[in-house]
Structures are given as C-alpha cells and as structure tokens.
Design a protein around this ligand. Structure first.
Ligand code: GLU
Length: 164
C-alpha cells in the first residue's frame, strides 16, 4: 500500500504535499517524493526511506511552486532507492508522474520505447508510462493520457480523499 497526493492553489505546494504524505504514512511505504511546477520547470525531490529524509532534503534545497504531486512508494518493480522513487520524468522532463499499482506489460512497452530512442533511468514499471505519454503527446494532455492508458495493462491501487 502506498499513496498519492496532488495540490494546486495559492499556498506553497511542497508544504501541503509533505503534510498529505504524512497523513498517508500509516499505509506503509519505502520511499517518498514530490514534484513541483515553478517558472516553466518541474522540480523533483525524492528519497528512499522515511518521509523525514524528504523533509531534510527540502530543508536544504526547497521547491517554491504552487502546483505539485507527491507519492509514497511501496516497491513492486525495482528495489527501494532514490532513483526508483517516484515521481518519474519523461525523456524531455515535461511529463512527470506518480503511480500506485503495477504495469504488467511494461517490458514489452519498454522495448518499444528503447527502440524509439527513449533512455530509462530507473528499474520501475512506472517510468514506462512517463515516456509513453511523451511519445504519444498530441498537444492535448488529457487525450494523450487516455491514449496511453489504452496501451497499459495492469492495475492501479486507488483510494481518494479530496480536501480543499
Ligand atoms: N509499481 C510501481 C513501483 O514499483 C508503484 C508501486 C506503488 O504502488 O507504490 O514503483
């Protein structure tokens, strides 16, 4: 079990995301990370181990934007490590995702993407989805993500708790 949080608003996203991840700690996890959008760039901080490791890293090198996503990981593909922690970025860094669940056909998709020149950094199944979305991008994110999900086989763990 693991968790996902998202934030868009006028507060500092990293604070809200880390608070949200703290509320999900009871579900168990082996790593935690956030991605925050600021000035046209997406900054990622992610670490293996306790949420405190992420908090320490943010104390040294904070991220300032008002839009972001956060994740606690329970590894299924790839050992717990900083690199395998979520969020994962696509090749050009413009698509950044978090994911709970398993992509069962990730090896086939990975082979296709590697042939197209995509370079993988992590051992996770999730990274495939980031590159896949980039490879299919048609100028409209929502329709591209819908197209990408048609190619993904597997399941998502989900539970939601929207707070405003
Ligand atoms: N399968 C993904 C991974 O191993 C997500 C695991 C999770 O649900 O946290 O990174």
């Amino acid at each position: 079990m693991c968790g996902i949080v998202g934030y868009i608003g006028d507060k500092k996203a990293s604070d809200i995301l880390v608070d949200g991840l703290a509320k999900l700690e009871y579900r168990g996890y082996d790593s935690a990370g956030i991605a925050v959008f600021e000035d046209g760039k997406i900054n990622i901080r992610k670490h293996k181990g306790r949420l405190d490791n992420l908090k320490e890293s943010l104390k040294k090198n904070d991220v300032e934007g008002h839009v972001g996503i956060g994740h606690t990981r329970w590894a299924t593909h790839g050992e717990p490590s900083d690199i395998n922690s979520h969020p994962h970025a696509s090749h050009n860094g413009k698509i950044v995702i978090v994911h709970n669940g398993i992509i069962e056909n990730y090896i086939d998709l990975k082979e296709e993407l590697v042939e197209k020149g995509y370079r993988f950094i992590s051992d996770t199944d999730t990274e495939v989805a980031a590159h896949l979305i980039e490879s299919l991008y048609n100028g409209d994110l929502l329709s591209t993500v819908k197209e990408a999900t048609k190619k993904l086989v597997g399941f998502l763990c989900s539970s939601s708790n929207v707070q405003r």
